[in-house]
Design a protein around this ligand. Structure first.
Ligand code: FAD
Length: 465
C-alpha cells in the first residue's frame, strides 16, 4: 500500500457544512484535510441555493420589466436570451466556488480531490480516477450531503429532471409539470412561470408549501395562479411516457385518472442522505431511519471521534443549518463546550412573495401549552412596501404572554428572507416585544413592519387601529 498521510481533522465533503467546519477547525489550530469528489461548495453553491436564486432573480427582472404598466412603465420588446441567463448564473456560481477555494487555501487547509471511503474509525481511503491515497485522522467530520430521491415511476432522463437538470435547461420551456409543491418545486416552478412557462404543480397534500401556515402558502398559491400556473392538490403522480419532443404525465386525483402533456417534468419530492457508499459500517458509524446519521447535541456520531453535519443528519436540509452544525462540530473537536440549539433556525422560501419563519408558530406554541400573544402587521400598511409596489403579505410575531419574550415569527412578503434575521436575533438574544418596539427603525423601510408588529403585540400600534 501507500504511505498514509496524517492529519488532525479530516472533513469529507466541501459543501456549506464541510467547508465551514474545515475553516473553523483550522482557525482553532487543527491541521485540516478536506476531501471533495465533486465541486467545492457542494450542492448549495453549484446546483442548489445559489443558482436557483440567480434564476429566480433573472425571472423577476423579466417579469417586472413586462408588468409595470400599473406604475406607468411600459416596456416593449422585452426579450430573454436564456443562454445568457445561464452564462450569468454560471458566472455567479464560479465566483463563489472560487471564493471557497481561496478561503480554504488561505486557512492552510489541504484540499484533496477524490472520493472518500472509511476503512476504519481512524482511516479513510481517497480514490480518484487513477490513484488512491490513505489518510489517518484523529477526528473526522462527515458532510457528504444529499441527493434527489428518484421515484421508480419517474426515472431521470433528458425530459424527466431533478433539480440539477431543472436548473440547467438551455431553453425556456412552454410547459412544465412539477411533481412536489415543496420549497424547491415552488421556487423553480415560480422562476419558470416568471419567464412565461406554463407551470402545472402536482402536490400530494392539500396545499403547496404545507410546512408553512396556510395563510402564508395561500398567498404564494394565489400569485402562482395569477401567472397562469395550475396547482393540482391531493394529486398522486403515477407515471410518465416520454416522446422525442415531450412527456405525458399520468396522475390520479379524487380516484380519477388524468393525464397532462408537457415539455419537461420536474421531480422534486425530496432528498436522501449520501451515506450509502461511504464505508460507514467499517468505521462503526450507525445509521438511523432513511440512512440519516444519528448524532448527539455536539454533532458526534456513536463513534466518539467521528462527527456528522448537514443534510446527512436529522433536521431541515438547509445550507445555514449545515454551516451552523459545521461550526459546532469543529469547536467541539477543538475542545470547546459547544452544543446545537435549533430554536433560532430560520426557514425561507424564495417564492413570490417570499416566506420565512423562525422559532415557534402560533400553532406550535399553543400545542405546547405556551400562553402567547400573536400579533400581525400587514405590508399594505407600510409606506416602503407601497412605494415598492409590493405590499402583499404580513408579518406575525409570536410572543410569550407573561413577559413578552419573542419566541417566533412568520413573514410572507417582499424581503421576508432578509427581514427574518432580525427576528432570529431577537430570539437568540432573548428580546421582548418591547425591545423590538423601542428599537428605532429607519423610515421608510420594511424593517418598520417588525417594530409595528411588536407594537401590536403590546397593544399600542401607531399605524393600524
Ligand atoms: P452538500 O452541499 O450536499 O455537499 C456535500 C458534498 O460532499 C458534495 O460536494 C459532494 O460531492 C461531497 N461528497 C459526497 N460524498 C463524498 C465522498 N464519499 N467523498 C468526497 N466527497 C463527497 N438551502 C438553503 O438553506 N437555502 C436555499 O435557498 C436552498 N436552495 C436549494 C435549492 C435547490 C435546488 C437544492 C437542491 C437545495 C437547496 N438548499 C437550500 C439545500 C442546500 O443546498 C443543502 O441543505 C446544503 O447544500 C447541504 O449542505 P451539506 O454541506 O450538508 O451537503
Amino acid at each position: 500500500g501507500d504511505f498514509p498521510i496524517e492529519t488532525d481533522t479530516l472533513v469529507v465533503g466541501a459543501g456549506p457544512g464541510g467547508y465551514v467546519a474545515a475553516i473553523r477547525a483550522a482557525q482553532l489550530g487543527q491541521k485540516v484535510t478536506i476531501v471533495e469528489k465533486g465541486n467545492l461548495g457542494g450542492v448549495c453553491l453549484n446546483v442548489g441555493c445559489i443558482p436557483s436564486k440567480a434564476l429566480i432573480a433573472a425571472g423577476h427582472r423579466y417579469e417586472t420589466a413586462k408588468h409595470s404598466d400599473s406604475i406607468g412603465i411600459t416596456a416593449e420588446n422585452v426579450k430573454v436570451d436564456f443562454t445568457k441567463v445561464q452564462e450569468w448564473k454560471a458566472g455567479v456560481v464560479k465566483k463563489l466556488t472560487g471564493g471557497v477555494e481561496g478561503l480554504l487555501k488561505g486557512n492552510k487547509i489541504d484540499i484533496v480531490r477524490g472520493e472518500a471511503y472509511f476503512v476504519d474509525n481512524t482511516t479513510v481511503r481517497v480514490m480518484d480516477e487513477n490513484s488512491a491515497q490513505t489518510y489517518k485522522f484523529k477526528n473526522a467530520i462527515i458532510a457528504t450531503g444529499s441527493r434527489p430521491i428518484e421515484l421508480p415511476t419517474f426515472k431521470y432522463t433528458k425530459r424527466v429532471l431533478d433539480s440539477t437538470g431543472a436548473l440547467a435547461l438551455q431553453e425556456i420551456p412552454n410547459h412544465i409539470v412539477v411533481i412536489g409543491g415543496g420549497y424547491i418545486g415552488t421556487e423553480l416552478g415560480g422562476a419558470y412561470a416568471n419567464f412565461g412557462t406554463k407551470v402545472t404543480i402536482l402536490e400530494g397534500a392539500d396545499e403547496i408549501l404545507n410546512g408553512f401556515e396556510k395563510q402564508m402558502s395561500s398567498i404564494v398559491a394565489r400569485n402562482l395562479k395569477k401567472k397562469g400556473a395550475e396547482i393540482i392538490t391531493k394529486a398522486l403522480a403515477k407515471g410518465v411516457e416520454e416522446r422525442e419532443d415531450g412527456v405525458t404525465i399520468k396522475y390520479e386525483v379524487k380516484g380519477e385518472e388524468k393525464t397532462v402533456d408537457a415539455d419537461y417534468v420536474f421531480v422534486m419530492v425530496g432528498r436522501r442522505p449520501n451515506t450509502d457508499e461511504l464505508g460507514l459500517e467499517q468505521a462503526g458509524v450507525e445509521l438511523g431511519e432513511r440512512g440519516i446519521i444519528k448524532i448527539d447535541k455536539q454533532c458526534r456520531t456513536n463513534v466518539s471521534n467521528i462527527f456528522a453535519i448537514g443534510d446527512v443528519v436529522e433536521g431541515p436540509p438547509l445550507a445555514h443549518k449545515a454551516s451552523y452544525e459545521g461550526k459546532i462540530a469543529a469547536e467541539v473537536i477543538g475542545g470547546h463546550n459547544a452544543e446545537i440549539d435549533y430554536l433560532g433556525i430560520p426557514a425561507v422560501v424564495f417564492s413570490d412573495p417570499e416566506l420565512a419563519s423562525v422559532g415557534y408558530t402560533e400553532k406550535q406554541a399553543k400545542d405546547e401549552g405556551i400562553d402567547i400573544v400573536a400579533a400581525k402587521f400587514p405590508f399594505a400598511a407600510n409606506g416602503r412596501a407601497l412605494a415598492l409596489d409590493n405590499a402583499d403579505g404580513f408579518l406575525k410575531l409570536v410572543t410569550r404572554k407573561e413577559d413578552g419574550l419573542v419566541i417566533g415569527a412568520q413573514i410572507a412578503g417582499p424581503s421576508a428572507s432578509d427581514m427574518i434575521a432580525e427576528l432570529g436575533l431577537a430570539i437568540e438574544a432573548g428580546m421582548t416585544a418591547e425591545d423590538l418596539a423601542m428599537t428605532i427603525h429607519a423610515h421608510p423601510t420594511l424593517g418598520e413592519i417588525t417594530m409595528e408588529a411588536a407594537e401590536v403585540a403590546l397593544g399600542n400600534p401607531i399605524h393600524v387601529v
